[in-house]
Design a protein. Structure first.
Length: 365
C-alpha cells in the first residue's frame, strides 16, 4: 500500500548521510538518534514521555505488561484489527473480550463498551483502524466511570488527530508501529509507546531492555524485573527522525487523495469509512465497502492494482482462537469485514492513478 522506492528516493541524501554517521560511530542500538527521536516524537504528540521499541506488536505487549495484568483480567477490544492486537492481550496473560464495531467508522462502538464490562475488566483497547481515530471522548468517559485503563492501538494512526490534538496524548498509553509501509515508517520493524504517566514510562523502559533500569556503562548490571529484548536500532531511529519532519506533509497529501477518491467514487453502491467531525484521519489506506467484494477485489488485484482486504480472518475466527468462535457473533464486524477493499492512498500517488483505480471500480459495481 506504499511506494517504498519513491519514499526512499524522496529523502535519500538525508538518509544515507545519517546512516554513514551512525556506522562511523559504531553505536547501532540505543544511541543518540534513539533518544533524539523519542524527544522529537514526544513533542510532536504533545505528551510527556515516549519509549521506542522493536515493533508495534511488542509495543502493545509491553504496554499491557506494564499494567500487571493477570489471567483473570479482561481486555475489551475489537476483532477486525490485525491479529497482533489480540495476540498481545493473550501473551500478557489476560482474556480478550471482543466487542462489536460502529458500521460507519469501522472502529469500536463506544456505546457498546459499557455492556461488555464485567468484574474482571481492566483495560479498554480501541484500535484506530486504517488511521481513523476512534471516539476517544466516549471511551474516556466509560473508562473513568469504571476505573479502567486505556491502551490505544494507533499502529496505523501516527499523525492522526482527535479534537485538534495528536493521537498519542489522550490515554494511559498509546502504541504506534513504524514498520515499512506504515504512515510513519523506518527501515525494518519498529514501534513507539507514548504516555503521560512517569511510573509507566519507567516500567516500559525496563521491560524493553531485559528489565534493566539504564543502559549499562559497566558490568555487571542488574535486571529489576523480567523483560524483553525490544530495543530500536539507531539506524531506524535516524530514518524516523528524518521522516517525522515530513509527517504532517504526508498526511495532508493522504487527505487530499482521500477527497479525490470520495468525489470520484460518489455512488450509492459504494460506502466510505466515516471520519468523525472532530477527527483527522491519517488515511493509511482509503477503505470502501462494496457488494460482491471478493469478485471485484480479485479483478482489481489481477490488474496489478495495489489493493488489499481488511484484516482477515476476524480475530476470533483465526486458527489460534477457534475455540472462542462459538462464543461470538459480532454482526457488524462480520458484515463490514466481508465488504472492505483497501485502496492505496500514499502521498506519492498521482491524481491520474487515483482516477484509473476509481474508473475500474465504477465499471465493476
Amino acid at each position: 500500500m506504499y511506494d517504498l522506492i519513491k519514499h526512499y528516493q524522496s529523502n535519500k541524501k538525508e538518509i544515507l548521510k545519517s546512516i554513514d554517521k551512525i556506522l562511523s560511530k559504531g553505536i547501532l542500538e540505543m544511541g543518540d538518534e534513539v533518544e533524539k527521536f523519542e524527544e522529537n516524537f514526544r513533542k510532536y504528540c504533545g505528551v510527556k514521555y515516549c519509549v521506542t521499541v522493536s515493533s508495534g506488536s511488542m509495543g502493545l505487549l509491553l504496554a499491557l505488561k506494564a499494567l500487571n495484568l493477570n489471567h483473570n483480567d479482561e481486555v475489551i477490544t475489537v476483532a477486525n484489527s490485525d491479529i497482533p492486537t489480540s495476540h498481545a492481550i493473550s501473551l500478557a496473560g489476560a482474556k480478550i473480550k471482543w466487542t462489536d464495531i460502529c458500521e460507519e467508522t469501522f472502529n469500536i462502538n463506544a456505546d457498546l463498551i459499557e455492556n461488555n464490562i464485567g468484574k474482571k475488566t481492566r483495560v479498554i483497547l480501541p484500535v484506530h483502524l486504517f488511521g481513523n481515530p476512534s471516539n476517544i471522548s466516549k471511551i474516556q468517559l466509560v473508562a473513568k466511570k469504571y476505573n479502567l485503563s486505556i491502551v490505544e492501538d494507533a499502529c496505523l494512526a501516527a499523525g492522526a488527530e482527535f479534537n485538534k490534538k495528536k493521537i498519542g496524548s489522550f490515554s494511559d498509553m498509546t502504541v504506534f508501529s513504524t514498520n515499512p509501509g506504515k504512515v510513519l515508517d523506518g527501515i525494518g520493524p519498529g514501534g513507539i509507546i507514548t504516555t503521560n504517566k512517569k511510573n509507566l514510562f519507567l516500567t516500559l523502559r525496563k521491560l524493553r531492555d531485559y528489565g534493566r533500569r539504564n543502559r549499562p556503562s559497566k558490568w555487571p548490571v542488574k535486571s529489576h524485573l523480567i523483560g524483553y529484548n525490544s530495543k530500536m536500532s539507531s539506524i531506524n531511529a535516524a530514518i524516523l527522525n528524518i521522516r517525522l519532519k515530513y509527517l504532517d506533509e504526508y498526511i495532508e497529501k493522504r487527505n487530499e487523495n482521500a477527497l479525490i477518491y470520495k468525489n470520484l467514487l460518489d455512488s450509492k453502491k459504494i460506502k466510505f469509512q466515516k471520519v468523525l467531525n472532530n477527527s483527522k484521519s491519517a488515511w493509511r489506506n482509503f477503505s470502501i465497502r462494496i457488494r460482491n467484494r471478493n469478485r471485484i477485489y480479485s479483478i482489481l488485484y489481477d490488474k496489478k492494482f495495489k489493493v488489499s482486504l481488511g484484516y482477515l480472518p476476524i480475530n476470533y475466527k483465526d486458527l489460534c482462537y477457534n475455540k472462542e468462535e462459538k462464543n461470538y457473533k459480532l454482526k457488524v464486524t462480520e458484515k463490514i469485514s466481508s465488504e472492505i477493499i483497501n485502496l492505496p492512498c500514499h502521498p506519492y500517488m498521482s491524481e491520474k492513478q487515483i482516477v484509473t483505480i476509481s474508473k475500474n471500480i465504477l465499471s465493476l459495481v
